[in-house]
Every structure is written in structure tokens, then in C-alpha cells.
Design a binder for this molecule. Structure first.
Ligand SMILES: Nc1nc2c(ncn2[C@@H]2O[C@H](COP(=O)(O)OP(=O)(O)OP(=O)(O)O)[C@@H](O)[C@H]2O)c(=O)[nH]1
Length: 358
């Protein structure tokens, strides 16, 4: 009898778009489906996995959450993703559905292409690629604000055929989508959302369905069960890098530009206890602005509080909430991961974040 393929949903989208939030909501409303999660993060702090383990869904236990932290999943497909997937498929109790959260800097294309590997193709299919968009960031020009600077750079240097790395990645993630979720709709009015919808449509030649969401609330009926078999269509969803590679190949030119994440950098900072988190957050905002920090997240040790405080910054929008008590035997410490563009002044960023912590 032919084995039924297990559906896998790929959740992608730029840093801080709301991927983990959508998955957390989905786990609470998955209608009894047993879900296995593969989580990939840029920056080796494992915040997303920890947040999802903390949500305690019966249909997705700690055992069902697998973290891939050896860099972006698109670059470690052969070494990391494929073996992990095969191990998951060999388990005695198979999941009903697999959900993969890519890092915010990952290209989904190489990941989807891996579903055509012989050992995987016969056992799993990509149910759909869901690209989550931070609508407020789009409205604020986050993915277009380098236009003038890049045009000026290009005018000076003919060899520059790249858009800004953020813009290029944003478009690559949209190009791969079966469903685009315009998340954080709560932060915009109707006209703002309409403008975001138009901008996002204009950035992909494909026309996937697009829905709006607030606080990552998307019905699991919509999220799981798209039935796209995306791996069969991956040749029509090429990234900028793949298209460039093909163009250079066709013109007979050498091609030594590898896809990598050299444009982005992250570091983990361990800080002491923070007595006044509100003051820390206030002091952090100008630091984020000054250094154009793209994402900052982690856990804060607040003296006298039995719970740990989660901090989540996407640009200068910063959320904090207590998620769970510090476990007995767990070392109480403040640990945060900071992600930015590689040309930042690393020493100054570290010093300024430390100074904000007091
Ligand atoms: N206002 C608002 N905030 C949201 C929404 N969805 C997510 N957030 C917040 O945005 C921040 C980032 O959300 P995450 O779900 O961690 O984003 P992510 O895409 O998983 O982030 P990375 O994995 O770091 O790329 C958190 O502080 C969330 O609470 C939304 O719809 N509205």
C-alpha cells in the first residue's frame, strides 16, 4: 500500500514578523492534530524554541520540538535539516503534520528544494509555504528605505547588482509563498493595510493568497491543509541569488558569489540582573535606533521576581512579558541576542546595550 505523505508547512518571514506568535496560536487550535515543530533561529540563544516549549500544548510536547541552531536552515540543508527530518520520519509515532519555522534571515527556496531529495520526497510533501509579513514594518518603509542609497551606490559601482540585503530577502521570502499573512494589522488603519497589500503584491510576480492577521491569529484550518505540494513548483519561485547565478552562467561568466548571511550578524550578551526593566527598555530604544539593530530578544532576570521576563524588540517596538517561573536549579541570568547588519560598529553596539542595562 502506498504510504501517505506527511504534510509539512514552512513558516517564513523576516526577523520579528510574528512567525513564532502564529505557531504558538496554531498549537493551541490545531484541532487534535499531533504536530512536530522544527525551529531554526539566527543567533544561538534558542528563544523561539523556549517560548514554544513554554506554551505547554498537549499536541506538541517538548519532544516534538526540534531546534536547529547551526546557522540559517537554507545553508545547512544537507548537514542539518535532512538528517533531522529523516530521524523525525523514523519515529515510531509519526506526527500528523510537521511545521518548520525558518530563521528570519533564511531563504525558503533551498529548504523547499530539499523535499525533492529521494529519501524525503516519498514520505513528506510541502503542504504550503506561509510567509509572514510585519505590516507595520512595511508601512514604515523598512523594506524599501535603502532605495536611494542603493541607487547611488550602483551609480558609483557598476558591479553592484544587488538590492539592499533586507529588501532582497524580503522579496525572496514573498516569492516562495503559497500564503502571505499580513500580520500586525492591529498597528495600522484600513488605508495603511491597503497600502501594505499593494506594496507586497508589487514585490512578487506570483499571486499567492493574502490574508490579514492581528497578534498572529490565523485559523489552523487556513494555515494547515493548503495542499500546495510546493516542492513540485519550486523551479518557478527562484530567489534573486538563483536568478543571478543563472544569468551569469548563461553569459559564461565566472560566478563566485555564494549565498550566505555575511550581511547580517548576531551576538549573545549575558548581562547581570536588571532591577528596573522599564528603564532598560527606555534606554534601549535610542541604542536600537542609533545602530539600526534589526532584532533583539531574550530573557531578563529581574531581582525579587520569581518569573523570568521575556524581552522582544523588533526595531524600536519593544514588548516584555513574564513567561514562566525560573526553574529550580536554573541559573538566573539576563541573556539577549542582538541581530543587525554586519557593518555595524560591534564594540559600540555591545557597549551601548550594556550601558542601557545599567
Ligand atoms: N502588535 C503586534 N505585535 C505582534 C503581532 N505578532 C507578533 N507580535 C510581536 O512581535 C514580536 C516578534 O514576534 P515573533 O513571533 O517572535 O516574531 P518572529 O517572526 O518569530 O521573530 P524571529 O524568529 O526573531 O524572526 C513579539 O514581541 C510579538 O509579541 C501582531 O500581530 N501585532
Amino acid at each position: 500500500m502506498l504510504q501517505q505523505k506527511i504534510p509539512a508547512t514552512v513558516i517564513t518571514g523576516f526577523l520579528g514578523a510574528g512567525k513564532t506568535t502564529i505557531i504558538r496560536n496554531m498549537l493551541m487550535n490545531a484541532g487534535g492534530k499531533k504536530i512536530a515543530l522544527i525551529i531554526n533561529e539566527f543567533g544561538d540563544l534558542g528563544v523561539d524554541g523556549d517560548v514554544l516549549k513554554g506554551c505547554g500544548a498537549d499536541n506538541c510536547t517538548e519532544d516534538d520540538i526540534i531546534e536547529l541552531t547551526n546557522g540559517c536552515i537554507c545553508c545547512t540543508v544537507a548537514d542539518d535539516f535532512v538528517p533531522t527530518m529523516l530521524k523525525l520520519l523514523d519515529r515510531d509515532v509519526k506526527p500528523d503534520h510537521i511545521v518548520i519555522e525558518t530563521s528570519g534571515l533564511a531563504l525558503p527556496q533551498p529548504l523547499v528544494a530539499a523535499f525533492n531529495w529521494p529519501d524525503i520526497r516519498t514520505r513528506v510533501t510541502v503542504d504550503g509555504v506561509v510567509t509572514v509579513v510585519d505590516s507595520a514594518a512595511v508601512a514604515a518603509g523598512r523594506f524599501a528605505d535603502d532605495h536611494d542609497a542603493v541607487a547611488a551606490q550602483r551609480a558609483e559601482d557598476d558591479s553592484l547588482d544587488h538590492e539592499s540585503p533586507i529588501e532582497e530577502l524580503f522579496e525572496d521570502q514573498l516569492t516562495c509563498a503559497d500564503l502571505i499573512v499580513l500580520n500586525k494589522a492591529d498597528l495600522l488603519d484600513a488605508a495603511g493595510i491597503a497600502a501594505v497589500r499593494a506594496e507586497v503584491s508589487g514585490r512578487t510576480s506570483r499571486k499567492p493568497s493574502m490574508i490579514e492577521a492581528k497578534n498572529g491569529e490565523v485559523s489552523s484550518l487556513v494555515l494547515l491543509g493548503i495542499g500546495a505540494s510546493t516542492e513540485d513548483d519550486i523551479a518557478n519561485r527562484k530567489s534573486h541569488h538563483e536568478l543571478e547565478h543563472e544569468a551569469l552562467h548563461a553569459s559564461g561568466e565566472d560566478h563566485d558569489h555564494h549565498h550566505d548571511h555575511d550581511e547580517f550578524e548576531s551576538f549573545v550578551l549575558k548581562l547581570g540582573a536588571i532591577k528596573d526593566p522599564a528603564d532598560f527598555i527606555d534606554s534601549l530604544k535610542p541604542v536600537i535606533e542609533k545602530h539600526d539593530i534589526l532584532r533583539l530578544k531574550g530573557f531578563i532576570d529581574v531581582p525579587g521576581k520569581p518569573m523570568r521576563l521575556v524581552v522582544q524588540a523588533v526595531g524600536t517596538r519593544i514588548d516584555t512579558y513574564f513567561d514562566r517561573p525560573w526553574a529550580s536549579g536554573e541559573k538566573r541570568e539576563t541573556r539577549i541576542v542582538v541581530i543587525g547588519l554586519h557593518d555595524w560598529d560591534f564594540g559600540a553596539v555591545v557597549a551601548d546595550v550594556q550601558a542601557a542595562a545599567g
